[in-house]
Design a protein around this ligand. Structure first.
Ligand code: NAI
Length: 342
């Protein structure tokens, strides 16, 4: 099944990614929305990755300044800034990875869902451009609401005949980063050593940290556990309120996204020393929701294996049952928007 699935997709990929093996050359990574609150620190962090040969920056305006600034850093990646309407395709041309922190962030009182109308247009532009100039690229969307945006993009790519479910990701790494940090705070341990899957989607109760599988184990009381889960689920709103009208999480998001992109790169490069596993929101048959975040093994062709649902205890199973209708509604909405846009 895997071989036939690969063959189906290989036909649509540009020559540079047609081999089933890994890529040995330096990579081209495009950041769409590179002047924004996430875009700038994310571009900085990606400039530090020695496997990136070309760091291509795109935004509607003011990309040149960010580009010149970054270009003075003495690391391998050459920085190419693009802006304006026709800059998008130039920036994404033959990219190996496109990461998208473009679009409106939340203000206090807003839900992520309130961003759909504006951000769907941005996602659509990127999906159409990707189909034309980099159909084999890995696409990583940060733009909210992730639960809706990823189905929109999948629908557009399908209509364009360039959809590869193994190469489209909604970036949910910040939920994992937050879970690691908050668990480590309680356990008084190193957050980098905390292993905890966060599954589902990226808003409210669709964010489901699986505390029963936490390593080191979390043995808090029922109340402590509930509070911790709420803290992880509401952490984005905590930042929005603390910034008091000046946007949502940018620095922690840039860190989380660079962590995810670096993992994608290790996968593309065929990391032999250790298996690359990250959670992300992708097309999935793990639950009845068509898109769902679970831990994924990443490799040269994107998702190598979806590890499926982690073991769940009774409370987690109830939380999963609660979230599925919410997630399914967002997905249906995204597919409908995507169809209407074509
Ligand atoms: P921001 O407003 O600071 O930056 C957004 C950038 O996107 C701006 O530079 C803007 O010019 C650019 N942009 C807008 N339309 C564009 C288009 N059509 N093409 C290219 N660039 C375009 O916003 P911020 O804080 O950087 O957030 C960006 C997105 O990331 C928001 O939708 C936000 O909700 C989302 N986000 C996602 C998180 C996640 O965990 N996935 C966490 C935090 C934020």
């Amino acid at each position: 099944i895997i071989a036939s699935r690969l063959l189906t997709h290989v036909g649509k990929l540009p020559p540079m990614v047609q081999q089933l093996g890994c890529i040995n050359r330096g990579l081209k990574v495009s950041v769409v929305g590179s002047v924004g609150g996430i875009g700038q620190p994310l571009s900085l962090l990606l400039k530090l990755n020695p496997d990136i040969e070309k760091l291509s920056l795109y935004d509607i305006k003011n990309t040149t300044g960010v580009g010149v600034d970054l270009s003075h850093i003495n690391t391998r990646a050459s920085v190419c800034p693009f802006e304006g309407k026709d800059g998008l395709k130039k920036a994404m041309d033959k990219a190996d990875i496109v990461v998208v922190p473009a679009g409106l962030p939340r203000k206090p009182g807003m839900k992520r869902e309130d961003l759909v109308d504006v951000n769907a247009t941005v996602a659509c532009e990127v999906a159409v451009a990707a189909s034309e100039v980099c159909p084999g690229a890995m696409l990583a969307f940060i733009t909210n609401p992730i639960n809706v945006i990823v189905p929109i993009v999948a629908t557009i790519l399908k209509a364009k005949g360039t959809y590869d479910p193994n190469r489209l990701f909604g970036v949910t790494s910040l939920d994992v980063v937050r879970a690691q940090t908050f668990v480590a705070d309680i356990l008084n341990s190193n957050p980098q050593k905390v292993n905890i899957p966060v599954i589902g989607g990226h808003t409210g109760r669709t964010i489901l940290p699986i505390l029963s599988q936490c390593d080191p184990p979390f043995n808090g009381t029922v109340k402590e556990r509930e509070e911790l889960i709420k803290h992880i689920q509401n952490a984005g709103t905590e930042v929005v309120n603390a910034k008091d009208g000046l946007g949502s999480a940018t620095l922690s998001m840039a860190f989380a996204a660079s962590h995810f992109i670096n993992a994608l790169i290790r996968g593309i490069k065929g990391s032999k020393d250790q298996c690359v596993v990250e959670c992300a929101y992708v097309e999935s048959d793990v639950t009845e929701a068509q898109f769902f975040a679970t831990p994924l093994v990443l490799g040269p062709q994107g998702i190598e294996q979806n590890t499926g649902l982690p073991e769940l205890d009774d409370e987690e199973r109830k939380a999963l049952d609660f979230m599925l209708p919410i997630l399914k509604e967002s997905i249906e909405k995204g597919i409908k928007i995507g169809e209407d846009m074509m």
